[in-house]
Design a binder for this molecule. Structure first.
Ligand SMILES: C[S@@+](CC[C@H](N)C(=O)[O-])C[C@H]1O[C@@H](n2cnc3c(N)ncnc32)[C@H](O)[C@@H]1O
Length: 369
């Protein structure tokens, strides 16, 4: 990874220009800037549940990373869960100083994230200087993509920035591309965030993101899909096209992805409906587990979901918009041999003959209506 001081400084420069910090208000009111969208609380809680970042487990001895903290939409609930886990184990809060690491490039956002952190700690009765010490060790005002700590993480959770390649100066895009080989073609910056997160995971560790889902099907996502199918398990893809996942309007179709560093097992492919938001996040997360889906054949209007037992291979696209269609497709593929094994398949390119014709005549070369 390119980590020379010059490359760090120059990439910070681009990102800070893109984020136009001078236009941002110093208050805690979220403001919209390029690549910046803020996640709603129910979506944050759902992601935390789905990733297993739960106070019932030992979060103190784990490392959770928030790679693009913004004002702290994820960080706040993560801190609350961490402190609860610490309390349940009867351990001192000072044991948590290495349990969380949140990155934020924009200084004003980082300052707001620190303010949120300090408020949560003070509300819980934590005294100075521990409040300041924890906030300082948890929040890093620097580029996640050029992190040089080399720390392995058990959880990487968040909502990476969406910045199109054309909005990044070529010279700077080169720096990111050199550091992250999956950033190919016209790849958006979030592709690099996925790669960095996945490479940072400990075995069994999980990357839980809400992010634009274009990379799952398009050309620029091919290398990322290849990386994922080579070593990771896609546990859940939850399409969020029909719900309001963010505080501001976004012109991207988002999805939640839960990807774990282990061998691929079953995947739940689901899409949220406008009613999804009314379900309690813990309950919703439980209904999105493969075992639950296998047992429950009930159709629910609040979520559409299917279990896929064989995930895609290599860099094949992941056509996940309709869970039902995808599950049927996989079942047909599992049950029957490919059509090409017993038949010749031809396509009438640009002839206008776009119906399906089936013939047993092996000599027939041209079919007309
Ligand atoms: C999509 S927002 C998400 C904010 C917050 N996590 C949320 O979900 O509400 C992405 C954030 O990433 C920050 N950011 C952009 N590039 C970054 C980088 N290379 N390293 C760290 N943070 C970055 C932006 O300043 C922005 O606050």
């Amino acid at each position: 990874m390119a980590d020379s001081p010059t490359s760090i400084i120059s990439t910070q420069g681009i990102q800070l220009q893109l984020l136009t910090p001078s236009q941002r208000s110093p208050t805690l009111v979220p403001t919209e800037t390029k690549g910046v969208v803020y996640t709603k609380r129910w979506v944050v809680e759902l992601l935390l549940e789905l990733s297993g970042y739960s106070p019932e487990t030992n979060l103190v001895d784990a490392l959770a990373v928030e790679p693009a903290a913004g004002d702290g939409a994820f960080l706040g609930p993560m801190i609350t869960r961490l402190l609860e886990s610490c309390r349940k184990q009867g351990r001192p809060l000072s044991d948590c100083s290495n349990s969380l690491l949140a990155y934020e490039l924009d200084e004003m956002s980082a300052a707001r994230a620190k303010y949120v952190t300090q408020s949560i700690l003070a509300d819980l009765g934590v005294q100075q200087p521990l409040v300041t010490q924890l906030a300082e060790s948890w929040i890093a005002t620097r580029d996640y993509l050029f992190d040089t700590t080399g720390k392995k993480a058990d959880f990487v959770i968040g909502n990476p920035p969406y910045i199109r390649l054309e909005d990044i100066p070529e010279e700077s895009a080169m720096i990111y591309r050199n550091a992250y080989p999956t950033m190919r073609g016209r790849a958006d910056l979030y592709v690099a965030f996925f790669e960095a997160a996945l490479r940072q995971l400990t075995p069994g560790g999980v990357c839980a993101f809400i992010c634009a889902d274009r990379w799952m099907r398009n050309q620029y996502g091919a290398e990322l899909r290849h990386l994922i199918t080579s070593a990771y398990s896609v546990e859940l893809i939850l399409g969020m096209h029909d719900v309001n996942a963010f505080d501001n309007e976004v012109d991207a179709y988002p999805a939640i992805t839960i990807i774990r560093y282990r061998r691929q097992s079953a995947t739940v492919v689901a899409s949220a409906t406008p009613q999804t938001e009314t379900i309690q996040p813990k309950l919703l997360a439980a209904t999105l587990q493969p075992d639950y889906r296998r047992k429950s054949s009930r159709h629910s209007p609040s979520i559409h979901a299917a279990v896929v037992n064989n995930w895609f291979k290599g860099s094949d696209p992941w056509p996940c918009h309709s869970p039902k269609q995808l599950s049927l497709l996989r079942r047909l593929e599992d049950t029957f041999p490919p059509l090409e094994m017993n038949a010749k398949v031809g396509i009438g390119v640009a002839t206008g003959n776009d119906s399906v014709y089936i013939t047993t005549d092996p000599y027939l070369e041209r079919v007309t209506k």
